[in-house]
Write a protein that binds this ligand. Sequence first.
Ligand code: ZN
Length: 318
Amino acid sequence: MLRKWLCQADITVQLQPIDPILIKSGYATLRGPDMVPVETLRDGKQTFFFPGSSLKGVLRSHFERIARTLQPRSVCIPYYDPKKENEFNVPVPEEQQSYGCGFRTPGDGRQDSSATAYHESCAACRLFGSLRFAGRFSIGDAYPLPEPAPQPKPGQRNGVGIDRFTGGTVRGVLFDLVVVEGGVFETAIRVTNFELWQLAAVNFLLQDLHDEMITLGSGRSRGLGRVKGEVTRYALSYVRPQSHVVGLTELASDEERQAYRLFDWRQPPLLISLADGRRLGLRSEYDLTQNWVELLQPLAGSVEAFLKQHGPLGVPNR
Ligand SMILES: [Zn+2]
């Protein structure tokens, strides 16, 4: 992306498992992020953590679901390589062209620069990245808060064997499921050089985490994996002081706006005031922890507006 740093969002989230989270299902899942907490030693004690790469996968697929709901075929199937079609069964005929943005060749003979990769990427790849483009969104490993916070504990559940071919249960086959219960896990999200619609998309994910609509791990149908996410810090930083919430589109030059096809969202005209920021060296940081939900709510419509304008499969509707 741009060899510039213009803006950034830093968000700290605490994840609290509501249900036990399955860490060993006993049978493989065919596709989809299989969120597994990982056991590790920390300060000489055995503990669990959720790898950032898995959390990113879960949030990405949740965003893909939102995007497909707002605008069908607006995001790619990231692992669908058209050269390996036999190995990948595309679920519905309408998605046969939805191969991963990372497998696309630059259109119209354009040079494969980061600008081309960005402007030809679908909404999910623009935010979370692809083989061609690193993405804007990063999330760290989620570690348990230290005591006195309640500590996560391993547990066991009885499972019923599932026939891999019929999907039915197998009589007499029982196995133990290993789960993690309790604990409060903390992680940090960072979105660099965000467009306003991307900030709004991240806010959708934060809201759905808060509303326990995102599950971790397999075994959702068994009532496992619900998690509640609470934002404990939300800050925006800019290279120069700002009086209003702006994003990459507003901060980039005309050439960059054109090359990267940044989304210019001016409908409806929107000015969200920022209170005084804090200077940190060159940067100015604005702490929105107390009011980000209400303050940034007017951005919500930009996600659908972007998806409609960007069109299916990363090909602009123009
Ligand atoms: Zn994509």
